[in-house]
Write a protein that binds this ligand. Structure first.
Ligand code: NCD
Ligand code: ZN
Length: 468
């Protein structure tokens, strides 16, 4: 058999191990063979990876694409170009758009926009609010990967549903075999301290962080897990920021709650000191925590099984909206969120180069696990024969400094600007097509396709320790 393409001489990374003695043959967009180089057969295009890593395509399950409604911040074309350049092969879009993604019609609208402009594959969440919490079944049937509930008010000013509405939605999500993910912060605690700090004139960037204390996250995690346990609903913690939160998730898993969690590279990389160093550039919700919380997030989250996956919470805003002309100006004049699609693979590669995470666990947390959590596995997130040929190729030896002017996102604001990385994404492959290579996007807008999502209730088994 002559393959369309063949990937040779790579270090092939999966959750099960790193192999240097296999080549991968690709035909018609899927993996046709994985085997010994000498026996694999020829191909129209042979790609010599020269020792680079080949991971199952990285999946970012937390991306604020912003279109429809906020195209001045980002749109489907720019977000997915950033994804391709960042080594991301599939993204799942957040529903705090305008209109919000909250009905079968708006789901159809967003899939149609994405279908015409995406450079990589995609899925979306639908939001659940007081107005549509009883619409879980029709929304699931419209094809979304899962649901998002904003418990803490954030961009889009979406008010949380009350606990009764939430519990009812959880029962329906359990029946529809869909997972609900949360912005897990207690809204009353946030609002209390924001008002207090403003009244007292606490305006420096770190005041924003301190107005959203760890207990706000801990209370929300605990409440969600209690309700989910009774409703037998699978739940997901988006952007878990603290060791305290991770410790609660571990306990929930041990108690049999079907709970999964993600953290973001910024919570693992920085401490809250970044607010004093980079100001409101690093302002984000939930905030970046102190060194003790970060340490325990590594211990209990990454090594102890509390965190399942890595995602960015890519949240673009304009420079004016973030008020970063003067990054140490009054934090209440700024806005939370920053971009991440083009630094997440570099950040994880750097952790791997430092021996802080094994290559196997990186592939698990950045590809396999998010695919399982959101019902995309094994079509996405695996290197099994017959599945989509999605690869993230990383040169582990390139040392580079992230520069905002190189970004493809409309927003250039990120605390990773000027940070040093070891390991860089060099080529991105989606369904067998090279979407990014030699610093350039290689496919047209509209190449990306929606990924059909299946059952997202598969139980979350705690996995701990590097290499697990
Ligand atoms: C996000 C945004 O801007 O949409 N902002 C943020 O600080 N994380 C919203 C969110 O994920 O909470
Ligand atoms: Zn959020």
């Amino acid at each position: 058999m002559v393959f369309d393409s063949k990937f040779e001489n790579g270090r092939v990374v999966t959750p099960d191990g790193v192999q240097t003695d296999v080549s991968i043959g690709v035909s018609d967009g899927t993996i046709a063979a994985v085997g010994e180089p000498a026996e694999l057969g020829s191909a129209d295009r042979v790609i010599d990876l020269d020792g680079q890593y080949l991971l199952p395509g990285v999946i970012d399950c937390h991306v604020h694409v912003r279109e429809p409604g906020y195209e001045h911040k980002e749109d489907w074309s720019t977000a997915t170009a950033a994804a391709a350049a960042g080594g991301v092969t599939t993204l799942i879009a957040m529903p705090n758009t305008d209109p919000m993604i909250d009905s079968p019609e708006t789901i159809e609208q967003v899939f149609e926009i994405a279908d015409g402009s995406a450079h990589v594959d995609f899925q979306s969440y639908a939001v659940l609010t007081s107005d549509n919490y009883d619409q879980v079944e029709p929304l699931a049937e419209a094809g979304v990967a899962g649901f998002k509930v904003f418990l803490g008010t954030t961009f889009g000013e979406i008010e949380p549903p009350d606990d009764g509405e939430l519990y009812a939605a959880m029962q329906d999500a359990a029946a529809a075999k869909r997972r609900i993910g949360f912005h897990e912060e207690n809204d009353e605690i946030l609002k209390h301290f924001e008002a207090k700090f403003k009244a007292e004139g606490h305006n420096d960037p770190i005041a924003h962080s301190h107005s959203r204390p760890v207990v706000a996250e801990a209370e929300a995690v605990s409440r969600i897990m209690l309700l989910a346990d009774h409703a037998e609903c699978p739940v997901h913690m988006f952007h878990l920021s603290s060791g305290t939160g991770a410790e609660l998730v571990v306990r929930g898993k041990e108690d049999g709650v079907n709970v999964t969690a993600e953290t973001c590279p910024h919570y693992l990389w920085f401490t809250e000191e970044v607010m004093n160093e980079k100001g409101n550039v690093a302002r984000v919700q939930p905030p970046i925590r102190n060194a003790d919380e970060r340490e325990r997030l590594w211990e209990t989250g990454i090594y102890g099984g509390g965190v399942d996956c890595i995602a960015t919470d890519h949240a673009p805003h304009t420079d004016e909206e973030k008020n970063i002309g003067d990054p140490f100006d009054d934090t209440w004049k700024s806005i939370s969120g920053f971009v991440g699609l083009e630094s997440e693979v570099g950040a994880m590669a750097t952790f791997a180069s430092e021996g802080r995470i094994s290559l196997e666990q990186w592939a698990y947390m950045h590809s396999t696990r998010p695919a399982q959590i959101w019902g995309l596995y094994p079509q996405k997130g695996s290197l099994q024969v017959g599945t989509d040929a999605d690869f993230t190729i990383v040169d582990p030896d390139t040392e580079w400094v992230a520069k905002k002017e190189d970004l493809r996102s409309k927003s250039k604001t990120t605390p990773f600007n000027d940070e040093e990385f070891v390991g860089k994404p060099t080529m991105t492959v989606v369904r067998g097509a090279v979407t990014y290579e030699d610093g350039e996007i290689q496919v047209e807008e509209g190449f990306g396709e929606v990924v059909l999502a299946g059952d997202t209730t598969s139980n979350a088994k705690p996995r701990g320790g590097p290499g697990n």
